[in-house]
Design a protein around this ligand. Structure first.
Ligand SMILES: Nc1ncnc2c1ncn2[C@@H]1O[C@H](COP(=O)(O)OP(=O)(O)OP(=O)(O)O)[C@@H](O)[C@H]1O
Length: 278
């Protein structure tokens, strides 16, 4: 179902273009993230997904276009502290700091809610405990983060983002490094945050079936431009995906879940079917 008036716009990106040095890699992209909705950003490697998320947070300010939050507040005008109260980004390849515990990293997520001298965050301890339990990192609380596995660390970063308690949650390939169980659990957590807490989620995913199962809307980027944008069924079509990924993609519906299912056709399928021994 398309977003309704009940789904307020939490982040509105309009005509956003982004460049590295002089090379423009995102071209005139307009996307809205709505309260209680999950928007998946998909597209081939290098199509601009991460760059776009970074532009939303002004880590990489757009060269043109506008990014505004609820009530038309421009992201560019907010103080770092106010911005950190409004949106958070779980980015790829964060480096684990040395000599810091899991609990300290998660507590760091509360920084925009603390007063100048570190006090004034009455809910902080409860929020930190809650998000550590939610993400399954509570048993690791006193471990040094630089001793964790990739998947454990990814969940700590997620907990730290959730501790920020923002209306907009941006996730860049959050299932990377996670084993099967935690991939499913993370996607469940994200869906619950949208459904139960009205969070607006923008998430970069490479797994198209995960996007189909999780998202309400999908943005398909190709070479920095929006190739298709809309409800899952309208974007995850064989035509769009075959054009975007330049490989034949079949789409059908999982009879058990009702979600769309995608399958890229490899050349060896053809050889197997035709009995070609090469
Ligand atoms: N720091 C940088 N300096 C110069 N060019 C960059 C930089 N970071 C990314 N790019 C280029 O910008 C384009 C978009 O990259 P981006 O990382 O946003 O794509 P992506 O869709 O997230 O890719 P992937 O799926 O591989 O993570 C690519 O051509 C990339 O090479």
């Amino acid at each position: 179902m398309p977003p309704t008036a009940a789904h307020r716009v939490e982040l509105d990106a309009s005509g956003v273009s982004v460049a590295y040095q002089r090379t423009r890699v995102v071209h005139d992209v307009s996307v809205q993230l709505h309260a209680g909705r999950v928007t998946a950003l998909i597209g081939p490697n290098g199509s601009g997904k991460s760059t776009l998320l970074r532009a939303f947070t002004r880590l990489h300010p757009p060269e043109s276009g506008h990014v505004t939050l609820r009530d038309a507040e421009p992201v560019s005008a907010l103080s770092p502290r106010n911005l950190a109260r409004r949106l958070t980004l779980l980015s790829q390849n964060r480096q684990a700091p040395g000599g810091v515990t899991v609990r300290e990293v998660v507590e760091y997520g509360r920084h925009p809610h603390r007063g100048r001298w570190g006090g004034g965050d009455a809910d902080g301890a409860a929020v930190v405990d809650r998000v550590m339990t939610l993400t399954g990192v509570a048993p690791l609380a006193e471990r040094a983060v630089d001793t964790l596995s990739g998947g454990q660390l990814q969940r700590v970063w997620l907990a730290s983002c959730l501790a920020q308690d923002t209306r907009v949650l941006l996730l860049d390939e959050p299932t990377t490094f996670l084993d099967l169980r935690y991939q499913v659990e993370l996607l469940d957590i994200v869906r619950d945050l949208a459904d139960d807490h009205g969070i607006a989620v923008g998430v970069v995913l490479h797994d198209l079936d995960q996007a189909a199962a999780l998202a309400d809307e999908v943005v398909l980027l190709v070479a920095g431009r929006v190739h298709a944008y809309g409800p899952v069924d309208e974007v995850l079509t064989a035509d769009h995906l075959t054009t975007a990924y330049e490989i034949p993609v079949d789409v059908d519906r999982d009879p058990h879940t009702g979600h769309l299912r995608t399958r890229a056709r490899a050349r060896h399928h053809h050889r197997t079917l035709t009995g070609d021994p090469r």
